[in-house]
Design a protein. Structure first.
Length: 213
């Protein structure tokens, strides 16, 4: 597996997506009602994600009817629902750490990747745009890293609607499950600036949906 971000997105991400779909199909065929509903939701979403690795290039991943495709240009007739720009060096570091820990081989990762096409998120956004810069402070060897994120926009935002800032050590605690996103926000470790009202509404709605499952 390559830890170069664009190669990962072109090769490994689609493989993980397919493995996740196959795992859900296995559960669904055994009568798992939750898996059946999850598959229906994934297959109902048609949309593309646009990834820009600063200094390395860009790639599009599109999801339609539960299948994923990769292209160098925007797929015809498929709306861009997610756009993200990131420093290639930072992404390669993250992928390298995940690979060394064996995290990418965890079946739960494949299941998570398969569920990225999310009809609940579509419903909650209701066509609204959301743009954010996530600033991760004090990343080892890199300093501050900015990730540009946009929902329902054609490209990563140069100027965001809001900015979210947190320290790398807190992000690691989140990744390792020692703290959750709500605790980060309520504890003041996730600092927000700008108009993040839509993001807050969506986050609360997604948490409510998760609790219902």
């Amino acid at each position: 597996m390559s830890t170069e971000p664009l190669q990962f997105l072109r090769d490994t991400a689609p493989t993980l997506f397919k493995k996740g779909i196959e795992a859900l199909e296995g559960k669904a065929s055994a009568g798992d009602a939750r898996a059946i509903k999850t598959l229906e939701g994934i297959r109902s979403v048609t949309g593309a994600a646009f990834f820009v690795a600063d200094g390395a290039g860009e790639v599009y991943l599109a999801s339609k009817a539960g299948e994923i495709s990769v292209s160098d240009s925007a797929p015809a007739g498929v709306p861009i629902k997610f756009a993200v720009g990131f420093p290639a060096e930072a992404a390669e570091m993250v992928l390298g750490e995940a690979a060394s820990e064996g995290a990418i081989d965890d079946p739960r990762v494949a299941m998570g990747v398969a569920q990225i096409p999310n009809p609940d998120l579509d419903t909650m956004l209701a066509g609204k745009t959301l743009t954010c810069h996530l600033v991760i402070e004090d990343v080892p060897d890199l300093g501050n890293v900015t990730v540009r994120i946009g929902l329902n926009v054609p490209e990563p935002p140069a100027t965001p609607g809001f900015t979210a800032t947190l320290k790398f050590t807190d992000l690691e605690d989140l990744r390792e499950g020692e703290i959750n996103a709500q605790q980060l926000f309520m504890g003041g470790k996730l600092r927000m600036a700008g108009d993040y009202s839509v993001a807050l509404q969506v986050a609360m709605g997604m948490m409510a949906k998760a609790q219902q499952r």
